[in-house]
Design a protein around this ligand. Sequence first.
Ligand SMILES: Nc1ncnc2c1ncn2[C@@H]1O[C@H](COP(=O)(O)OP(=O)(O)OP(=O)(O)O)[C@@H](O)[C@H]1O
Ligand SMILES: [Mg+2]
Length: 340
Amino acid sequence: MSFNLFDAEEKTLEQAEILRAGLTDQPESIRTGINDLVDAFSRSVREQRRLVRVSDRLQAQLATVNQELARRRAEAETALGDLQAAQDSLIQSEKLASLGALVGGIAHEINTPVGIALSCASHLADSTAGLRKLFEADNIGIEDFERYLATATDTTTLILSNCERAAALIRSFKQVAVDRASSERRRFDLGDYVRETLASLGPHLRQAGHTVKVECPAGLILDSYPGALSQVLSNFVMNSLIHGFDSGQTGTLSILIDQPTPQWVRLIYADNGKGVPESDLSRIFDPFFTTRRGSGGSGLGLHIVYNLVTGPLGGSVSVEKAANGRGVAFTVTLPLSSEI
Ligand SMILES: Nc1ncnc2c1ncn2[C@@H]1O[C@H](COP(=O)(O)OP(=O)(O)OP(=O)(O)O)[C@@H](O)[C@H]1O
Ligand SMILES: [Mg+2]
């Protein structure tokens, strides 16, 4: 049953009409007055009906808008979900790609020393077979023997040095796969630990004659993996010694530690050496990026640093653009407890 909003008004109007009809014997002025009143009242009722219709229409429109909003919101939520899924799979494929690059790189890097060792060994085997033939034919001369000795000395030296290089590469590859379980987790005083690590690098530092500065608030306790931290610092320091300064040139290495928020510490490692060209900055954490290929660099040091800081230490690391074109600065941010 539809409810008539204007029931009361209609009844009043009906009564007014009855009243008007019964006024025939009244004076003209009263009849006109009542007529005007009845007309005004019926106009007002018409106007009210119109307003109610407008309001109904508005309500209907509002409901449509609400529905549309709910639909768009659902669409946005789906899109966000899709985006998150895409992001996850991107991270996954990025990881796979970098793993692929790493494996490819390992094969490439190991290939050179192993290849050299192999060809030296086969050369040595050929020479030995030749010498044996001469010996069995009882035709060996002193010059043959001297030549063989020279070949044997050269090839074994090359075999040894290349096998050592391959072994060193394998050692550093092993460090790339950061093994959380193998390193011990404990509480330690950050400032003390940084100084101990530097002391263990003392011989290298003293030899080069650099000045080392450490600033750390006293009593800053970290619950983390000290072994990983010391590996990070060693890589920074060795890089400064190897890449930052020419031999004979001295400089300053500094480690400044502060605590920007209650749960996080910031460690800024810097040297005032040659620095890294801006074009290389974005690549220095990549595996195998080195400017010293062929003279001992494998380009894994900073990649290991990156894995250790973002892995077991639970923090982040970035390299800064040198403010005055001098030296390098790395910022490492670490949580006080590596599992927050
Ligand atoms: N303190 C520094 N001063 C100047 N250049 C640096 C410094 N630290 C790193 N670099 C640059 O970054 C590159 C990458 O460093 P990274 O430690 O990853 O490899 P590497 O030292 O060349 O080899 P590895 O550490 O495996 O022996 C270096 O080859 C060098 O060009
Ligand atoms: Mg290095």
